[in-house]
Design a protein around this ligand. Structure first.
Ligand code: ADP
Ligand code: ASP
Ligand code: MG
Length: 827
């Protein structure tokens, strides 16, 4: 990092956050004293918050609010605490005497402001620049007091840095500045302490380089001193791939080209001021961005070359943007429209951030700062008054509260698919793109989006380029038998999924019937039982959804492991809101067709995924198989199967030797039936599964269309389940007779559901030949047979355990990972 020339200058700039208090000043001095040979120029910002404080004084004075008097006293006290902590008493007093002289000057200026509204720019410039004077004077004394660096000199940039403000910002007057600096420097100077941010105009009036201008100061002084390197010290480890406050997984970028850094800075990466680059580029001075609070870290190197291996370096955003859209057939082929539009905006001093025009020339739109939205709208409307009146231009539309998201990187040039990835990531996160611009340099793809979605958009695109993990915000509803096992399975795989596939599964809420647990950033799955009880609150579905569907996370998924009808009735709204749903709950898909259609429509319009493989056959690939067949053009003729583990078990065991009622009682005691066995025996559960498959085949089936043979005798439908079990033996003879009749024909009894392409759907007890596939399944297995155009003579069969918490939870988990791949993860 050091130059070979022992006399070369290195410029070190410390931002406000690096000089926030006495400890910070000590840290900065340590860093300076540890620099290798060579001369060092230290450029300092004002102490953190001081520039804002000074501008606040002006504002109060403008409003004739006397409180500025107290606020300036507070600023004095804040600095006095630092000075007393760092300097010997006499030094601190001398420093405070200088401060008080400045304070009196400020008071005099502010008194002049009173009554005039608002203060002119020069007043603001003069006052806001004091922060840098105070911090550098203090640091200069402190460094002298420590005595390590010799030949120190304090430099007031107003005496040597000349800038001329124009429409493109401050233009450095290089020759004049160079000459003044040369004249100012002592011949043997080795350490400079220079005020950041401030400068003077050619006529000697104090000015600034604009907010955050100390970075610019650093590179200007770097150029004036022919420095070998510039270090910008701040409070993060370097330039990050996104603003860490918005994207917590942002990574340090090892190296950036000047152009990339400029683009990132222009598009909102506050870590460096956009104008910083120009002086450094002109002299090819490398710029390091480093962390004052972790000086051992390498930081980011900004230089002439880029790291081509990483096409996308960073993603940034500009907020509070408005869009002006000019639309009209009259613009097609008419030269000069754009010129007039931008001319009008320029005259009103409105800067244009982004421009986009379709090749049809039917519309042209541009993004402008939100604060100037109304002014821009008015001026454009005036400029096209005639065309608007004559109808050549239909409308000048203004849309507010937008943001620009910019994806930046040199390597994007000539690399296909980068834009595609941006839109895929935004689309999957359900973010609408209002306008797009890509510079011919292909260094930047910018999209205009809804301002409220900025954080989500940043996170989604950041993850889309593998700059951070694919994060899913997960809410689990009803952790019953299946939900519990699912949470255990997630806990056991979470770390591996993060490590191997960059998937970040965050269970942020668990909702039970009475209580719920909401967590930020997520529930610790390794101890979810305890964690979900700690600080649990009364269940509230609305709050639960609000929390899990947090705007800042790109994707939300609700996993409904309840069998609750009222929860299922909410799916359509949730899907419409872009929330993904995964569920083994059959209630939604077997509801009336009008609701089923709403579910499909909601899913289609929002792009949210709705996955329910486990509604039929638990973890067996029943729904997916059917979908694959249909989507590849196969024609489904019929689907039949044993869809109930309980009924499969009952008829696998029943061999006529033990009464049927005794088998039911035994199965219940083993936990193979629902608490009330009638729920299984009624066939309704099978009918629901059949409806789901029938609809998946494209049939418009309602529950009433399914002919269901219930195994619950009509006289036993009412009453408690105990009464039912007590009375069931009365019907044993009837069942026995059916069994014997079948056996005499060499057949067996099985409870089968069947749906065919003509819309016929039946559920009931049938006689099958003893070698039939359905007659030879184990215990509670499910079996599904697809008869299709392709699988015609020899049907496709899916068979295996079709119930039980382990396999059902596994199926739900598989749906979750399928969702991750839809959202762009590579498994
Ligand atoms: P200083 O006081 O050192 O000038 P700033 O607050 O001006 O510091 O800039 C540093 C801050 O910029 C960081 O704390 C970070 O929150 C923010 N920031 C925004 N975007 C980025 C980015 N892409 N990389 C690093 N920091 C960023
Ligand atoms: N102190 C100035 C500001 O807050 C300049 C800077 O810190 O870069 O804008
Ligand atoms: Mg800054």
């Amino acid at each position: 990092m050091s130059s070979t020339d022992p006399n070369a200058w290195a410029v070190h700039k410390f931002g406000g956050s690096s000089v926030a208090d006495a400890d910070c000043f000590a840290r900065v001095a340590d860093i300076i004293e540890q620099q290798p040979r060579g001369r060092v120029a230290v450029v300092l910002s004002a102490c953190k918050g001081v520039t804002d404080g000074l501008l606040g004084l002006v504002q109060l004075a403008e409003q004739q609010d006397e409180r500025w008097v107290h606020q300036i006293a507070a600023l004095r006290e804040r600095h006095a605490v630092i000075a007393r902590a760092l300097l010997p008493a006499a030094d601190a007093t001398a420093w405070l005497t200088q401060f008080d002289a400045d304070r009196d000057d400020i008071a005099a200026i502010l008194k002049g402001v009173r009554g005039k509204q608002p203060a002119d720019g020069s007043v603001r410039d003069r006052i806001s620049g004091y922060g840098e004077i105070w911090s550098t004077r203090l640091f200069h004394r402190y460094l002298a007091h420590r005595g390590v660096r010799r030949n120190l000199q304090w430099v007031d940039a107003r005496q040597c840095l000349q800038v001329q403000w124009g429409s493109l910002g401050p233009a450095v007057q290089w020759d004049a500045s160079r000459a003044s600096l040369r004249a100012l420097l002592a011949p043997d100077v080795a350490t400079l302490v220079i005020t950041g941010y401030i400068a003077a105009t050619p006529s000697g009036v104090q000015t600034t380089l604009g907010r955050n201008g100390s970075d610019f100061s650093a590179s200007i002084f770097g150029a004036l001193l022919d420095a070998a390197e510039i270090h910008i010290w701040t409070d993060v480890d370097g330039v990050l791939s996104a603003d860490p406050r918005r994207v917590p997984d942002a990574q340090v970028i090892t190296s950036l080209s000047y152009n990339e850094a400029m683009e990132l800075a222009y598009f909102g990466a506050k870590v460096i001021h956009p104008q910083t680059m120009a002086p450094a580029v002109a002299q090819n001075i490398p710029i390091w961005i480093r962390n004052t609070f972790a000086p051992q870290k390498r930081g980011t190197l900004i230089g002439a070359v880029t790291n081509k291996e990483q096409p996308v370096k960073g993603i940034t955003s500009i907020e509070n943007v408005a869009l002006i859209n000019l639309e009209g057939a009259g613009m097609i082929g008419v030269p000069g429209t754009a010129h007039r539009l931008f001319g009008a905006l320029r005259e009103a001093e409105i800067s244009v951030i982004l421009i986009s025009q379709g090749s049809s020339e039917h519309s042209i739109c541009c993004a402008i700062p939100g604060a100037q939205a109304q002014a821009a709208h008015d001026v454009v409307q005036r400029a096209f008054e005639r065309e608007l009146a004559e109808g050549q231009i239909q409308d000048v539309q203004l849309t507010r509260d937008l943001a620009i998201l910019a994806v930046v990187g040199d390597g994007m040039a000539g690399m296909p698919g980068v834009a595609g990835k941006v839109f895929q990531a935004l689309g999957a996160a359900n973010i609408n793109v209002r306008a797009i611009a890509q510079g011919a340099s292909e260094r930047n793809i910018s999209v205009v989006i809804d301002g409220a979605q900025t954080t989500r958009a940043l996170r989604a695109t950041h993850a889309g380029f593998y700059l951070s993990p694919h994060t899913l915000s997960i809410g689990v509803i009803g952790p019953g038998t299946v939900g519990k096992v699912l949470l255990d399975q997630l806990a056991s795989q979470q770390a591996r999924l993060a490590r191997e596939f960059n998937i970040d599964l965050r269970v942020r809420g668990i909702l039970r019937s009475k209580q719920m647990k909401l967590a930020e950033p997520s529930i610790d799955l390794s101890r979810w039982r305890e964690a979900s009880a700690e600080g649990a609150e009364p269940a509230d579905l609305e709050r639960f959804i609000d929390h899990v569907h947090a705007g800042f996370l790109p994707h939300t998924v609700l996993i409904d492991c309840s069998a609750n009808e009222s929860v299922a009735r909410r799916y359509a709204d949730w899907l419409a809101a872009g929330i993904h749903i995964i569920t083994p709950n059959k209630k939604a898909n077997s509801a009336e067709l009008s609701y089923y259609d709403r579910l499909r429509d909601a899913r289609r319009s929002s792009g949210a995924s709705y996955l329910y493989e486990t509604t039929v056959g638990a973890g067996l690939p029943v729904v997916q198989t059917l979908r694959d067949l249909r989507e590849t053009g196969d024609e489904i003729r019929s689907i039949e199967g044993i869809f109930s583990g309980t009924l499969a078990y009952l008829f696998n065991i029943y061999d006529g030797s033990t009464p049927f009622s005794a088998i039911v009682r035994d199965a219940k005691s083993r936990g193979y039936t629902e608490p009330d066995p009638r729920d299984d025996l009624s066939g309704m559960d099978v009918a629901r599964k059949l409806i789901i498959l029938g609809r998946e085949m494209g049939l418009r089936l309602e529950m009433a269309d399914v002919q269901v043979e219930s195994l619950v005798p009509a006289s036993l439908v009412g009453g408690s389940s105990e009464e039912f079990l007590a009375q069931l033996p009365q019907y044993d003879a009837q069942m026995q007779a059916r069994f014997v009749a079948a056996r005499d024909r060499g057949n067996v009894l099985r409870y089968v559901g069947r749906v065919s392409a003509d819309g016929k759907a039946t559920v009931g007890l049938v006689e099958l030949e003893s070698h039939h596939a359905f007659a030879n399944i184990a215990l509670t297995d499910n079996i599904v047979r697809y008869q299709t155009a392709r699988y015609c003579n020899n049907p496709l069969i899916v068979q295996g355990p079709g119930a039980g918490p382990e396999v059902t939870a596994g199926g739900v988990f598989a749906d979750l990972l399928r969702l991750c791949t839809f959202l762009g993860a590579r498994l």
